[in-house]
Design a protein around this ligand. Structure first.
Ligand code: FAD
Length: 330
């Protein structure tokens, strides 16, 4: 498969977008705003499951001293990207093929051809075992939280539980200990902590309970964990159960991944596959909105400069805006 890099945009060239962005969270949307303002032809496909959408109100995002709901931030970013010319499609990219200036993406919208692809597909937190409606209610009311870096400030001196084992639980419990003297680490499955881990937690004043935790329930302002020892109630529960990295489309084209499955990129967000870039949580790094946005801006600028290096037509003003349908070769 190869597309001609022909300035005349004739034939199949007219169907090829300059950049396909997969994922419409803070990383993908920031890149979309930049790329559209670079006068490039951009399509963003989003499955609509941004982690940012589940933030009841973020208070650590710069520029919003009174906080902003994650959903509202996404709506603002989406409309900004559309305003500058990004075409946003709701749906899933199921498969990616190609490399170096000729990618094909297959999914809900058929087949889309792109010169470059930016993966901004994020991660999914592993959830504790509990009914979805109770989970979502607890999350909306701040009884259940996933990001101590983001919101531990809001629960200073409260009674905090962390649900997790040594791998993720120890780090999270120790971090939270600097916000409250009352932190308990509960094992979801009854796993026993190794001695070193148990000693470090004890030294820091973190209570450890082996579990297993059979049910999680809530009332108006407390969250309750049912354990063999009885039911314990807390002001807030942080699951520390790890996450699933959404790097499947990178694996499709053989991009290098870390042991955890995160995309490995250079300082300019290039992956190991020419023409494929990555930004946000899917890349190894700090999983935060500010970081995702920074990655998105860097990736977009690299994409623009790499395209300009590849073809002189990206250095001359001649923006075409073909109809959306023409991006999909029949
Ligand atoms: C409860 C909670 C609270 C948080 N609070 C804060 C906070 O206060 N401050 C802060 O800075 N950070 C916070 N975070 C973290 C923040 O939400 C993430 O760091 C940020 O959303 C990452 O942005 P992203 O664009 O990389 O990924 P995401 O926002 O997760 O977006 C990825 C998008 O890609 C889509 N996608 C995935 N695969 C495909 C595919 N194959 N085809 C099409 N689309 C696909 C997904 O559906 C999703 O919409 C919080 C996270 C959670 C869960």
């Amino acid at each position: 498969m190869a597309f001609r890099d022909d300035p005349s945009r004739s034939g199949i060239e007219s169907h090829v977008v300059d950049c396909l962005i997969i994922g419409g969270g803070p990383a993908g949307l920031t890149a979309a705003i930049y790329l559209s303002r670079f006068l490039l032809r951009v399509i963003l496909i989003d499955a609509g499951n941004s982690r940012a959408a589940s933030i009841p109100r973020t208070h650590n995002h710069a520029g919003f001293p009174d906080g902003i709901a994650g959903g509202d931030l996404l709506i603002r970013m989406r409309s900004q990207a559309i305003q500058f010319g990004t075409q946003i499609l709701d749906g899933m990219v199921e498969r990616l093929e190609g490399e170096g200036g000729a990618f094909l993406a297959y999914g809900d919208h058929g087949c889309l051809a792109a010169r470059t692809v930016l993966l901004a597909t994020g991660v999914v937190n592993n959830r504790p075992s509990m009914p979805e409606t109770i989970h979502d209610d607890a999350l909306a009311r701040g009884l259940l939280r996933y990001c101590p870096i983001c919101d531990a400030y809001e629960i200073r001196d409260r009674r905090i539980a962390v649900l997790g084992n040594a791998e993720h639980g120890e780090r999270e419990a120790l971090f939270l200990r600097s916000y409250s003297a009352d932190v308990t680490l509960v094992s979801p499955d009854g796993a026993v902590l190794d001695q070193g881990c148990a000693d470090r937690l004890a030294q820091a004043g973190v209570i450890t309970i082996p579990g297993p935790c059979s049910t999680i329930g809530i009332d108006r302002d407390r969250i309750h964990l049912t354990l063999p020892q009885g039911t314990l109630s807390f002001d807030v529960l942080y699951p520390a159960l790890g996450s699933v990295i959404r790097s499947e489309r990178a694996a499709d084209v053989g991009a290098a991944l870390s042991d955890e499955g995160c995309l490995i990129v250079d300082a300019h967000q290039r992956t190991s596959v020419p023409g494929l870039y990555a930004a946000g949580d899917v890349v190894l790094g700090l999983d935060q909105i500010s970081h995702a946005m920074g990655d998105g801006g860097v990736a977009a600028t690299t994409i623009r400069n790499d395209l300009a290096h590849r073809s002189p037509r990206y250095c001359a003003t001649a923006r075409s805006s073909p109809a959306l349908d023409s991006a999909f070769p029949s």
